[in-house]
Design a protein around this ligand. Structure first.
Ligand code: G3H
Length: 221
């Protein structure tokens, strides 16, 4: 049975200061996470243990398919996901990597690079409109997207993930993760914007005839 492992990128510099969008690099913490992730996937022993990922939150009855032999790795085209998956590039025989623009974070249009505080201050009506209708709200400015826009552009990615016969590792962003988790675990559309997806957490989805098993691994340095 193929598995899909999904995660948000490591912490980025913009995450640290609460800025939206952009294309910043990983922070020092984010880089540590990227290394731990690679080790975790590469040596499945890590699963039983110990330091890198927090076992307390994990489901002890479950383990990854024995040693990873081949894995399709998908990232977005933004630096924070490329850097999170960088180590996998070193072994192209084992890890086939694709960079997919459809996996990019929701594009905040005119509000890219701003903080929520700045938006609230400079564009209070827009801020409120998004609070009230987060799913439908489309960011103003060229290319600005709504959750519904992102969900729409993810259709081909979901179809590809569903028909694949090998395991996949998806390194992506918060809104995309919310959508993928919601789709695979049956969370209703209206709740997609509320799904909790912390950074530095790996979600393993194992599709079943009906629905999917979900296991969560939180990185605990
Ligand atoms: O940069 C975008 C954020 O990940 C989106 O989060 O939809 O909860 O505002 P939000």
């Amino acid at each position: 049975e193929e598995e899909s492992r999904n995660l948000r990128h490591g912490e980025s510099l913009y995450n640290m200061v609460g800025r939206l969008g952009g294309d910043s690099s990983l922070s020092a913490n984010g880089k540590k996470y990227a290394e731990a992730l690679y080790e975790f996937i590469e040596n499945r022993e890590m699963i039983d243990g110990e330091k890198e990922f927090d076992r307390k939150q994990n489901d002890s009855t479950w383990s990854l398919n024995s040693k990873v032999e081949a894995l399709r790795v998908f990232t977005s085209t933004l630096k924070r996901t490329l850097e999170t998956a960088e180590k996998f590039e070193e072994d192209p025989e084992k890890y086939e990597i694709s960079h997919i623009k459809f996996l990019n974070e929701i594009y905040a249009g005119a509000f890219e690079d701003m903080t929520y505080e700045e938006i609230k201050l400079k564009h209070p009506d827009e801020y409120l409109a998004r609070q009230e209708q987060k799913l439908q709200y489309r960011y103003p400015g060229a290319g600005g997207e709504s959750y519904l826009d992102v969900i729409e552009r993810l259709r081909p990615v979901i179809i590809e993930l569903e028909r694949m016969r090998v395991d996949a590792l998806v390194v992506t962003h918060q809104v995309v993760m919310r959508t993928l988790l919601a789709y695979f675990t049956g969370i209703p559309l209206c709740d997609v914007p509320k799904v909790k997806v912390p950074l530095h957490t790996l979600y393993c989805l194992q599709p079943k005839p009906y629905g999917a098993d979900l296991h969560r691994y939180a990185y605990d340095p």
